[in-house]
Ligand binder design. Structure first.
Ligand code: BTN
Length: 250
């Protein structure tokens, strides 16, 4: 592990990507910033990154001979690693909301933004950006998935540098497992943590809502959802869980 600690940056993902492109970062490099001025979330959203509240890190992975089809198991491994880390902080149930949000009690405690560099048919490098809500006491903004923090869950305060090292360890452990060919075991870990697996849940697709039962997430990252006796194969973000914060509903 090679830790780069920054006080401020636009986005740790951008910073690490640039280092990697210039050949200045090895696999296993982790960038931690105490704040981000342009923290990036999924689907072009921003990730609020004020100092003292969250953990903002990016980890560089460079799997060898890794074909593009295998990028999904990599995404799952990163999510499992983050789930292991969060699990080590609380007795409460931790879940992975398909594809890779980390929840405690149906609220999002961590988000993941994975950015791959693809060359031809191969994944040449992966920047796994991870944001963990550490010390927030409350959230007033509206999120598609209601938010929580480790502070709200445990009552404790967390130091970003200490947490970055612990988080890295768990993500690295999961990564090493798939590199060692243990993809099936990783699928089992992911399935163990999968939010609402086998339960009736509300999904949003386009403008419409529908009820379905998430059976599993296949090797290409698609969700297999049973709806009215038939199984549909759904891709993210076209189809997503609908958990909008009730506090903000009219
Ligand atoms: C999400 O929307 O759930 C993904 C959030 C990912 C945020 C992290 S914070 C560290 C890294 N740098 C970024 O700009 N984004 C990720």
């Amino acid at each position: 592990m090679n830790l780069i600690l920054l006080t401020s940056v636009d986005s740790t993902n951008n910073y690490l990507q640039e280092l990697s492109e210039k050949g200045l970062a090895e696999e296993g490099t982790i960038v931690l910033s105490l704040e981000q001025s342009k923290g990036k979330g999924q689907r072009g959203s921003d990730w609020e990154s004020k100092p003292g509240f969250g953990l903002y890190v990016s980890i560089l992975l460079k799997p060898k001979d890794w074909t593009v089809e295998k990028q999904y198991i990599l995404n799952k491994a990163v999510a499992v690693g983050v789930a292991w880390y969060i699990d080590s902080k609380t007795d409460k149930d931790v879940r992975i909301k398909w594809p890779n949000d980390i929840l405690i009690a149906e609220k999002k405690v961590a988000g993941i933004l994975i950015e791959n560099v693809i060359r031809g048919e191969m994944v040449s490098s992966v920047v796994a950006g991870i944001g963990v809500n550490l010390n927030q006491n409350d959230f007033t903004r509206e999120f598609e998935t209601p938010a929580t923090s480790l502070k709200i869950i445990t009552g404790k305060n967390f130091d970003p540098e200490t947490e970055a090292v612990e988080l890295f360890r768990e993500v690295w452990k999961a990564y090493c497992q798939i590199i060692a060919g243990e993809s099936e075991t990783m699928e089992e870990h992911y399935s163990h943590y999968l939010f609402k697996r086998g339960e009736r849940a509300l999904f949003i697709k386009g403008e419409g809502l529908f009820y379905g039962v998430l059976k599993s997430v296949d090797a290409s990252g698609a969700a297999l959802i049973e709806e009215n006796g038939r199984t549909i194969r759904a891709t993210h973000p076209g189809t997503r869980f609908y958990l909008r914060d009730k506090r903000f509903r009219n």
